[in-house]
Write a protein that binds this ligand. Structure first.
Ligand SMILES: Cc1cc2nc3c(=O)[nH]c(=O)nc-3n(C[C@H](O)[C@H](O)[C@H](O)COP(=O)(O)O)c2cc1C
Length: 397
C-alpha cells in the first residue's frame, strides 16, 4: 500500500540484467505506483523503451535530445515531483557517474536534480564490483545518503560465481518500501511479530503442527517496516519468502518460540502474537522412528505447553490473535482479559475467505476498553495496516 500513488523514477542502465527491470517495472505498476522509466543509451542496447511504455503506460525517457521527451525541462520536473528514484540494474559505469555528479544523460541529470531518496541496485561482474574504484564510489554515494540493495552472490553472466547479481525484484521492492517508510508513524519503535505454526516433534520423522501459514504475521512485519519500525519477526516453519529489512528469528517448537520472544522483547515497544503455537506437545520425543506394531491403536501422551502470551509482560503493548470457530466475540474477549492484552484480533476460521492459508481476512478488533470494530473482508496487508492504525492510538513510551 505504501507504493499506491507514489511517483517512482526507475533508471535502467546497460547491464545484461536490464531485462529484469521489466519485471520490476511491472511489479511497481501493479502495486499502484506511477512509474517513469529513464533508459541510458547503453540500456537501450538490451531492452526497448516500448517494453517499459507498455508496462507503465508512461512516456519513457531515452536521451537528452529527443524532443518528444520535452528535453531537459520535463526531466527536471520529473526529478522534483518524484517520491523516489530506483536505479536497477546499475552498471559500474552508472555508479561511477552518479558518485561524481556526471549528467551526460537524463538519468545522471535527474539524480542530481532530485531531492527524493535514491536506491541503487548494482549488477556487474564480481571483479568490477570488488574493484577499489567501484567500492570507493559506492561508499561515496552511501556517505551522501544514497541507499544500496545488493548485489547478491551467485552465478554471473560472465561465467564467474561471485558478488554481482542484481537483487530479486521482491528484494528491491522491499528496500524501496523501507526507504519510503522512513519517518513513518512507527519510526523509532521496535515491533516484534510472531508468525506461523510450531512443530512439536514425536520422533525424528513426525511432528504435530497446525494449519497456520504465517501470512498474517508476515503481512504485519512488512506493514510495520513500511511505516518506519524496526521489526523482529519470530517465525515457525513457513513457506514464505524472507522480508527485506526485517530481522528474522526461526523457531520450531512452542518452547523455542517462548525463549525467542522473551529475548526479542527486551527494549521492544510492541508485541503482536500472530503465531499459532501448539497448546500441547508430546510428553516424550522418541529418539528413533516409532515402528508400526501389531496393535490396532496407539496413544500419544501430550503435555501442556506454557501460555506464551500470558507469560510475557513488561512495558510494551501486547496484541493477540484469536482464531475461533464459534462464539467469536465472547471467546476473544475472554482471551483478551486472561492474557492481559491491549488488543485482540479475532477471526472466524470456519469462513472460507478468512483465516488459514488465504490472502484475505475478515476480523474483529477488540481493545482493552471493550470497543469492538468489525473490519470488512480485506487483504492481509490491509488488515495489518488497520491493526497498526489502531495501535498508534494507544499511548506507549
Ligand atoms: C553484453 C554486455 C553486458 C554488460 N553487462 C554489464 C553489467 O552487467 N554491468 C556493468 O556494470 N556493465 C556491463 N556492461 C558494460 C556496460 O554496458 C558499459 O559500461 C556501458 O557504458 C554502461 O553504460 P550506462 O552505465 O550508461 O548504462 C555490459 C556490456 C555488454 C556489451
Amino acid at each position: 500500500m505504501i507504493l499506491e500513488g507514489k511517483r517512482i523514477i526507475l533508471g535502467v542502465t546497460g547491464s545484461i540484467a536490464a531485462y529484469k527491470a521489466a519485471d520490476l517495472a511491472s511489479k511497481l505498476t501493479q502495486a499502484g505506483a506511477e512509474v517513469h522509466v529513464i533508459l541510458t543509451p547503453a540500456a537501450q542496447q538490451f531492452i526497448t523503451p516500448l517494453t517499459f511504455h507498455s508496462i507503465t503506460h508512461q512516456p519513457v525517457v531515452t536521451g537528452w535530445w529527443q524532443p518528444e521527451n520535452g528535453g531537459a525541462i520535463q526531466h527536471v520536473a520529473l526529478a522534483e515531483t518524484a517520491d523516489a528514484v530506483v536505479i536497477a540494474p546499475a552498471t559500474a559505469d552508472a555508479v561511477a557517474k552518479l558518485a561524481h555528479g556526471l549528467a551526460d544523460d537524463p538519468l545522471g541529470g535527474t539524480v542530481l536534480a532530485t531531492r527524493a531518496p535514491v536506491l541503487i541496485a548494482p549488477a556487474m561482474d564480481a571483479h568490477m564490483y570488488e574493484n577499489p574504484a567501484t567500492q570507493a564510489n559506492v561508499r561515496l554515494l552511501e556517505s551522501r545518503g544514497v541507499r544500496f540493495v545488493g548485489p547478491e552472490a551467485g552465478r554471473l553472466a560472465s561465467g564467474l560465481t561471485g558478488l554481482g547479481r542484481l537483487s530479486a525484484a521482491e528484494t528491491i521492492l522491499g528496500a524501496l518500501r523501507q526507504m519510503l517508510g522512513r519517518g513513518g508513524d512507527y519510526e523509532g519503535k521496535t515491533v516484534v511479530v510472531s508468525a506461523g505454526p510450531t512443530e512439536e516433534p514425536i520422533d525424528p520423522a513426525r511432528h504435530i503442527t497446525n494449519r497456520s501459514s504465517g501470512k498474517m504475521g508476515f503481512a504485519l512485519a512488512e506493514a510495520a517496516r513500511d511505516r518506519g519500525a524496526r521489526v523482529v519477526l519470530v517465525t515457525g516453519p513457513v513457506a514464505l519468502a524472507s522480508l527485506y529489512g526485517v530481522a528474522v528469528v526461526r523457531i520450531r517448537t512452542a518452547l523455542e518460540l517462548q525463549a525467542a520472544l522473551a529475548k526479542a522483547m527486551a527494549g521492544s515497544d510492541i508485541l503482536i502474537m500472530s503465531a499459532a503455537p501448539a497448546d500441547f506437545r508430546p510428553a516424550a520425543v522418541s529418539a528413533q522412528k516409532i515402528k508400526k506394531g501389531p496393535e490396532d491403536a496407539m496413544s500419544l501422551d501430550l503435555i501442556k505447553n506454557p501460555d506464551i502470551l500470558a507469560g510475557l509482560s513488561g512495558d510494551f503493548i501486547k496484541v493477540g490473535f484469536a482464531a475461533e470457530s464459534q462464539e467469536l466475540v465472547q471467546n476473544a474477549g475472554i482471551k483478551l482479559r486472561d492474557k492481559g492484552l491491549d488488543l485482540i484480533v479475532a477471526n472466524d476460521i470456519t469462513a472460507p475467505d478468512s483465516g488459514f492459508g488465504v490472502d484475505t481476512n475478515r476480523v474483529l478488533l477488540i481493545d482493552r476498553e471493550g470497543t469492538v470494530e468489525a473490519l470488512p473482508l480485506l487483504t492481509k496487508a490491509e488488515v495489518a495496516n488497520r491493526i497498526l492504525d489502531r495501535l498508534v492510538r494507544f499511548s506507549h513510551r
